[in-house]
Design a protein around this ligand. Structure first.
Ligand code: ADP
Length: 402
């Protein structure tokens, strides 16, 4: 069975085609600048040269049509006909309280995703466009939705409620949902496998640190707390997002700087974090380069980023009464030796014995970066959200057929 995984954003769309018998990737790519006359499609078929094309792609239906054309193209393609795409899996950011796991798309599911537009106004509408575009281009092909929030639905009320009037929760569903669930679930399962210990007996802190960043406390395989909240703004300091702050800053800054609600929201989401403090970049690579060259603002930005992450690890050790392993993943977590080293060297009170040499080796591989015998293990596990989406899609569609 071949499964096409789609991550549709408002102006871009990423795809990966999996052959599920051996979980190999047949092709992947992305369409950028949807809505423009100069949209770019980048197609990377396995074993063949990459293709870059610029053309007018005004909406998602055309974007999906172009993707299918690439996949069955006589030269750049990897399939002989569209009929070889057996199922499609979509990433959906917000599943609210309705979706605790992945589901096959039907009318009721689409209605519920639309009802959740309010909670994820930037993301869920784009995912719906992706789902409709597949219906139009591949009628009858089963579709599955995999939610970023679903894995965190196991959190207890003590972790997911905010201490504000309960009417906000009852009437408007204001609560912590958490995000990056697909990644936290994947790396926690891989960590148990790597350690050769049952997940049910492990206390893990998983750190998904990319452009967006979140930590999760995973007890016996279940998420019991996570740093992102009702939206992906809460928690850790990120590339351009502030993470945690005193909520009283919002009305204060609006008054002093004469900002509207949308301006203050844009400030906290797009002009804060590493970017704001360093004044250089939201990209950790550039921050590290600048701090190595002695830039004071880059050093402060790095120190704040690291400090806030370390505090969350400490908090989750308290939440679970201990930790067996800390897992680093995503762009920064997988690649920044300096960040992992700075965080871990100050966690010796928990029983972390950091292995500096191991930290510098094996990029791209699952590995241990704590010393043998360390009370708390530290692992680097490359994440693979697309594979999880493909697996969930495959399983649900197989069940339906059986
Ligand atoms: P996204 O949240 O967009 O999926 P990724 O998980 O791909 O993001 O992470 C992207 C980030 O990873 C980049 O912004 C960059 O800061 C960081 N990154 C990538 N490579 C390195 C590296 N070698 N050192 C430090 N940071 C890196």
């Amino acid at each position: 069975m071949n499964v096409l995984v789609i991550n549709a954003g408002s102006s871009s769309l990423k795809y990966q085609l999996f052959q599920m018998q051996d979980e190999s990737v047949l092709a992947k790519g992305r369409v950028e600048r949807i809505g423009m006359e100069t949209a770019i499609i980048t197609h990377e078929p396995t074993g063949k040269p990459d293709v870059h094309e610029v053309s007018e792609i005004l909406e998602h239906t055309t974007a999906i049509r172009r993707v299918i054309e690439m996949l069955v193209h006589p030269v750049h393609g990897v399939l002989t006909s569209t009929a070889q795409i057996d199922a499609v899996g979509h990433r959906v950011v917000h599943g609210g309280e309705s979706f605790k796991q992945s589901v096959i798309v039907d009318e009721a599911v689409k209605k519920e995703i639309k009802r959740l537009f309010d909670l994820a106004p930037l993301h869920n509408p784009a995912h719906m466009l992706g789902i409709s575009a597949v219906e139009i281009n591949m009628p009858g092909v089963p579709q599955v939705v995999v939610f970023d929030t679903a894995f965190h639905q196991s959190m207890p009320a003590t972790a997911y409620l905010y201490p504000v009037p309960m009417a906000l929760y009852r009437k408007h569903k204001v609560r912590r949902y958490g995000f990056h669930g697909t990644s936290h679930k994947y790396v926690s399962e891989r960590a148990a496998d790597f350690l050769g210990r049952p997940l049910e007996h492990l206390k893990l802190v998983t750190c998904h640190i990319g452009n967006g960043a979140s930590c999760a406390a995973i007890l016996g395989g279940l998420s019991v707390d996570t740093s992102m909240g009702m939206t992906p703004l809460e928690g850790l300091m990120m590339g351009t997002r502030s993470g945690d702050l005193d909520p009283a800053i919002v009305p204060y800054a609006m008054g002093k700087e004469d900002l509207t609600l949308s301006e203050v929201s844009s400030m906290l989401n797009k002009h804060s974090g590493l970017q704001a403090i360093s004044g250089i970049s939201s990209d950790m690579r550039e921050i590290v380069e600048a701090l190595e060259a002695g830039d004071k603002n880059a050093t402060l930005a790095f120190d704040m980023y690291e400090y806030r992450l370390r505090k969350y690890i400490g908090a989750y050790a308290a939440a679970m009464n201990g930790i067996d392993a800390i897992v680093f993943t995503a762009g920064v977590g997988e690649n920044s030796e300096l960040l992992r080293k700075t965080v871990c060297q100050q966690l010796s009170f928990l029983g972390v014995e950091f292995d500096e040499e191991a930290n510098q080796k094996g990029r791209g591989l699952e590995r241990r970066i704590s010393k043998a015998g360390s009370k708390v293990e530290v692992l680097v596990i490359p994440t693979n959200e697309e594979l999880v989406i493909a697996r969930d899609t495959y399983e649900l569609v197989q069940e339906k057929v059986d």
